[in-house]
Design a protein around this ligand. Structure first.
Ligand code: HEM
Length: 524
C-alpha cells in the first residue's frame, strides 16, 4: 500500500481526472500528472529545482496574504440591490435617485473596527456599514457605521484614536476596543469623544446580528439638483427587523462558543432565502437650518435630532446573495468616501475631508497596485473610458493609438469630457485666513451626550453605567478613571456617581469637572 495513493471504491475518493472531472494544470496551463510528490533523484533523494510545478505552487502559496485593513480588518461582505421608492429628482440629479422602482446593484461589507481579521464578532465596538452602489453614472460608496456620531471631530486625530484603541504596542493585547489604559487615557483627554462614548457603552455596540442594526453615513453630505441647487443630507439605514442587541454576558459566551456568530448569521439568513432588508432614510435640510441649528452640521460628534429634521424613507436595501469567493470580494473590496457621483457632493466636515484622502492611500498599499479598480468587485458596472494606463497588473489599458487629450484624431481620438453630464463640484463660496483654529461652534461636547442618555430607557441607562464600570475597571490608572468620571459629571451627575461608586473612586469635585467652553453643569 502506498501513502500517496489513497485506496477507495473509485467513486467519491477517485483522485484523477476523467471525462467529467477536469485536468489540474499549472498557472501556465500545463497539465499536471502528479500533485502528491515532488520531483527528486531517487525515491529517497534530494528534490530538484527544475520541478516547476512544485516551485510555482509553493511560490504562490507564500504570497497569499495581503495586509489586513488598518481598521475594520474583520468584515463580511454580501451582494444585493437598492430600490428607489420615492423620487428625489427635485433635490438631486444623482441617477439612482430619479425613477421610482429602479434597482441599483450593491455590495455591502459589515465590519468591526478595532479587532484584527481573526478577532471575535461580538466585541464591544462600532460596526462598519459600507455600501458600494454600482450606479449608471459610476460607483458611489456610502462608507458608514452603525453609530451616527464619531469619536473625533478632525481627521488629524484618527491615527491617535486608532493607536489608542488597538492593542498596546509593547504587549500586543488586548483586542477589546474599550478595555485598556491607552484608550481611556486618550478619550479622557479628548472631551469631544464623550457623546460617542455614551453610544459605545450602550447596547448599540453589541448588536445581536448585522441584520438588527442601523447604519448611518454620519457626516452631512450635499445633494445637488439639475438646477445646481444644494440641499444638505444625512443618510440613515433602518433595519426592517428592528434593533436588537445582546448583553455583555451573552456576548462573552457567544464569542467563546462561536467567534463567527455574526458572519454565520448573515450567511445562513441569505442562504435560507430570508433576505435582510433596510430602509434608506434621509434628513434633508438647507443652509438656513444649518445656520440656526444649535450645533455645527459639520461636526461629526453631533447628530441632528429627528424631532428637528424628520427622517424620510426613500428606498430599500435588500441583501440577497453571498459572495462566490471571500478573498476576491470581501477582502479585496475597496470602499472610499471619495467615490461619489454627479448629484451628490461633500461637505466641509474636517473628518470627511481627511477620510477622502485616507482610503485611496491605504488601498494602494493594501491591494498593491493603482489598478485595483480592475478587480471585479471594485469595477464600475457602467460604461467606462479614460486614458489611465499601465502600472502593476494593468488589465484594461486604453485601446488603439491615442492615449491623451486634447487630440485631433476625431472619432478615433477616444473619450472626451462632457460638461453637461460630468461631475461638477457645488460652487460653495469659501474665504478666510489659513488657520488650524477649530470653530467655536464645535465646542459643546456634553449636551448631546446627555440627550442620548435621557433618550434611553431605565434598563438601557443601567447597561451604560454597568459597561462604564466594567470597562474602566480594566483601566489600571486611577488618575485616568477619575478624569473619565469628571467628564461624566458634565453629562449626568447620577451616572458619574454610579461609575465612581462602582470603581470605589472618590467623587471628583463637580466644581473641578473637566469643563470646556459653552458648557453648563447639568441638573443632577
Ligand atoms: C475603513 C467607516 C473615519 C480611515 C473603514 C470602513 C468603514 C469605515 C465602514 C470599512 C470599509 C470596508 O468594509 O472595507 C468610517 C466612518 C468614519 C471613519 C463612518 C467616521 C465617521 C475614518 C477616518 C479615517 C478613516 C477619519 C482617516 C482619516 C479608514 C481606513 C480604512 C477605513 C484607512 C481602511 C480601508 C481599507 O483598507 O480598505 N472606515 N471611517 N476612517 N477607514 Fe474609516
Amino acid at each position: 500500500m502506498s501513502y500517496a495513493q489513497p485506496q477507495g471504491d473509485g467513486g467519491e475518493t477517485h483522485q484523477t481526472a476523467n471525462d467529467e472531472v477536469e485536468t489540474l494544470t499549472t498557472q501556465q496551463g500545463i497539465p499536471v500528472s502528479d500533485d502528491q510528490n515532488t520531483l527528486r533523484i531517487g525515491a529517497r533523494g534530494p528534490s530538484l529545482i527544475e520541478d516547476f510545478h512544485f516551485r510555482e505552487k509553493i511560490f504562490h502559496f507564500d504570497h497569499e496574504r495581503i495586509p489586513e485593513r488598518v481598521v475594520h480588518a474583520r468584515g463580511f461582505g454580501v451582494h444585493g440591490y437598492f430600490e428607489l421608492t420615492k423620487s428625489l429628482a427635485d433635490v438631486t440629479r444623482a441617477d439612482l435617485f430619479q425613477r421610482v422602482g429602479d434597482q441599483t446593484p450593491v455590495f455591502v461589507r459589515f465590519s468591526t473596527v478595532a479587532g484584527s481579521k481573526g478577532s471575535a464578532d461580538l466585541a464591544r465596538d462600532v460596526r462598519g456599514f459600507a455600501v458600494k452602489f454600482y450606479t449608471q453614472e459610476g460607483n458611489w460608496d456610502l462608507v458608514g457605521n452603525n453609530i451616527p456620531v464619531f469619536f473625533i471631530q478632525d481627521a488629524i486625530k484618527f491615527p491617535d484614536l486608532i493607536h489608542a484603541a488597538k492593542p498596546e504596542p509593547d504587549r500586543g493585547f488586548p483586542q477589546a476596543q474599550t478595555a485598556h489604559d491607552n484608550f481611556w487615557d486618550f478619550v479622557s483627554l479628548s472631551p469631544e469623544s464623550f457623546h460617542m462614548i455614551m453610544w459605545i457603552m450602550s447596547d448599540r455596540a453589541i448588536p445581536r446580528s448585522f441584520r438588527f442594526m442601523e447604519g448611518f453615513g454620519v457626516h452631512s453630505f450635499r445633494f445637488v439638483n439639475a438646477e445646481g441647487k444644494s440641499t444638505f443630507v444625512k443618510f440613515h439605514w433602518k433595519p426592517k427587523l428592528g434593533l436588537q442587541s445582546v448583553l455583555w454576558n451573552e456576548a462573552v459566551k457567544i464569542n467563546g462558543a462561536d467567534p463567527d456568530f455574526h458572519r454565520r448569521d448573515l450567511w445562513d439568513a441569505i442562504k435560507g432565502g430570508d433576505f435582510p432588508e433596510w430602509e434608506l432614510g434621509l434628513q434633508l435640510f438647507d443652509e438656513e437650518f444649518a445656520d440656526t441649528f444649535e450645533f455645527d452640521i459639520l461636526d461629526s460628534t453631533k447628530i441632528i435630532p429627528e424631532e428637528q429634521i424628520p427622517v424620510q424613507i426613500v428606498g430599500r436595501l435588500v441583501l440577497d446573495r453571498t459572495v462566490d469567493n471571500f478573498f476576491a470580494e470581501t477582502e479585496q473590496v475597496a470602499f472610499c468616501t471619495q467615490n461619489i457621483v454627479p448629484g451628490i457632493d461633500f461637505s466641509d466636515d474636517p473628518l470627511l475631508q481627511g477620510r477622502n484622502f485616507s482610503y485611496l492611500d491605504t488601498q494602494l498599499k493594501r491591494l498593491g497596485s493603482p489598478n485595483f479598480t480592475h478587480i471585479p468587485v471594485n469595477a464600475p458596472r457602467c460604461p467606462m473610458a479614460h486614458f489611465q494606463q499601465d502600472g502593476h497588473m494593468a488589465m484594461k489599458n486604453p485601446k488603439g493609438r491615442v492615449n491623451y487629450e486634447p487630440n485631433s484624431w476625431g472619432s478615433l481620438g477616444g473619450p472626451r469630457e462632457n460638461p453637461e453630464r460630468g461631475f461638477t463640484s457645488f460652487p460653495e463660496e469659501v474665504a478666510g485666513p489659513k488657520t488650524r483654529l477649530r470653530s467655536e461652534s464645535f465646542a459643546d461636547h456634553y449636551s448631546q451626550a446627555r440627550q442620548f442618555l435621557i433618550s434611553q430607557t431605565p434598563i438601557e441607562r443601567k447597561h451604560i453605567g454597568d459597561a462604564l464600570v466594567f470597562e474602566l475597571s480594566k483601566c489600571e490608572r486611577p488618575d485616568v478613571r477619575s478624569r473619565v468620571v469628571s467628564h461624566l459629571l458634565n453629562i449626568d451627575v447620577a451616572l458619574a456617581t454610579r461609575v465612581a461608586d462602582g470603581l470605589r473612586l472618590e467623587m471628583p469635585d463637580p466644581a473641578k469637572a473637566a469643563r470646556p467652553t459653552r458648557q453648563e453643569l447639568p441638573p443632577s
